[in-house]
Ligand binder design. Structure first.
Ligand SMILES: *Cc1c(COP(=O)(O)O)cnc(C)c1O
Length: 370
């Protein structure tokens, strides 16, 4: 059987975040088992997509659900759904937008690397507002006959003066324009699975491979039935712009298992366990000269979970923050942490397996002591 070691790949302890380039998250046994079960049989894929979608929609208090290849793939397919709908001629022509709505509105303050997924459909992003936010009249003025959708990025993008999402939905809907929320990393809180759509968003799009701990190449488009029906036609296995964003039967059953698991989790117990880990880290690290560790909240995408922020006084410690971060990765066991502002780094317990918090602490102490 192939292995990481045979390929000379060193596994990394992830005290950073659900970073895609590290593999996102680890699948729990119930997800792996569901994927193994799915892998054993041939099934009609569109039928499985509908059944799994209906089940997840019910579980998450949504009208409908489409399983995508990830949050970014979900954005592509949902934007295509807003542009081409269920019109087979339009679906086959994308990304040629001749005669179709070709604009998607975004807060200027929300622009980020994932907006490529929107532009992939061929549409033009129309920015509203300034670096720190926007006014309602700017959204009103940007909406016209070519507007296909408004995309809203939830998380740490955005400025203090953004229009509230409720206001965006109210204005867009008054003009018949759908609103999509990229909520890829917005779990926890678990309630986000229904809160954006109950607020009126036409879809909220989540990563299956982040805190949900489903398959890495899976995602959820949760929302209105008309949108999910159009996603199905604009997505695989149909010949469409979404065809390269294939979702396998293994991802579909695996993601369903992950959603079931996530809804049954004791999120309060998990959060208080993370608080204990952070408290423990801080009290140990604060014994060291030149080190100051404090609880940081919320987490990197504003999830309501704690991290430890560790300040390194390079003069007192004799090594810089960057040298320590690199040393953690280079020596064994390899540990990935996130650099923070100034002289700080973040230790994140949310992606650790049981017991790894002690290894992370020991490795950091070792790097600090040089
Ligand atoms: C992670 C992330 C994505 C991409 O999610 P995938 O499931 O990896 O495709 C999109 N948008 C935001 C804001 C993200 O954080």
């Amino acid at each position: 059987m192939p292995s990481y070691s045979e390929l000379d790949i060193t596994p990394v302890i992830n005290a950073n975040a659900t970073l895609t380039r590290l593999g996102g998250s680890l699948m729990p046994p119930e997800v792996l088992e569901a994927m193994m079960e799915a892998a054993k049989f041939f099934v009609e894929l569109p039928e499985l997509q509908r059944r799994v979608g209906n089940r997840i929609a019910l579980l998450t208090q949504n009208e409908a659900c489409y399983v995508s290849s990830g949050a970014a793939g979900g954005i592509v397919v949902a934007i295509a759904a807003c542009v081409a709908g269920t019109d087979m001629d339009a679906i086959h022509r994308l990304p040629d937008l001749t005669g179709l709505k070709n604009e998607v509105i975004v807060h200027k303050s929300h622009r980020n690397g994932y907006d490529h997924a929107v532009r992939q459909v061929g549409v033009k992003l129309v920015e509203i507002g300034y670096a720190d936010g926007a006014f309602d009249w700017q959204l009103e003025a940007a909406i016209n006959a070519n507007t296909a959708a408004v995309i809203w990025f939830q998380g740490n993008m955005g400025g203090p003066n953004d229009l509230p999402l409720e206001k965006v939905i109210e204005i867009a809907h008054a003009h018949g324009v759908p609103v999509l929320v990229d909520a890829a990393a917005q779990l926890p809180p678990v309630e986000n699975l229904w809160e954006f759509t109950q607020m009126g968003a036409d879809a909220a799009i989540f990563s299956g491979g982040k805190d949900l701990r489903g398959p890495q190449s899976s995602g959820l488009v949760l929302g209105k039935q008309w949108l999910v029906d159009a996603c199905a036609l604009n997505g695989p296995p149909n010949h469409s712009i979404g065809r390269p964003m294939k979702v396998g039967k293994e991802e579909m059953l695996g993601l369903l298992a992950a959603v079931e698991r996530y809804l049954a989790l004791d999120h309060e117990a998990r959060a208080s366990q993370m608080e204990e880990v952070v408290t423990g880290w801080c009290s140990e690290l604060n014994r060291l000269d030149g080190v100051q560790a404090v609880r940081a909240f919320p987490s990197e995408a504003r999830q309501p979970l704690p991290r430890a922020q560790v300040h390194i006084d390079a003069a007192a410690v004799g090594r810089s923050r960057d040298q320590i971060v690199q040393g953690l990765l280079d020596r064994r066991p390899a540990v990935s942490v996130a650099p923070g502002p100034g002289d700080s780094l973040y230790l994140n317990p949310s992606t650790l397996e049981d017991g790894e918090e002690d290894i992370v602490l020991a490795r950091l102490v070792e790097e600090i002591k040089g």
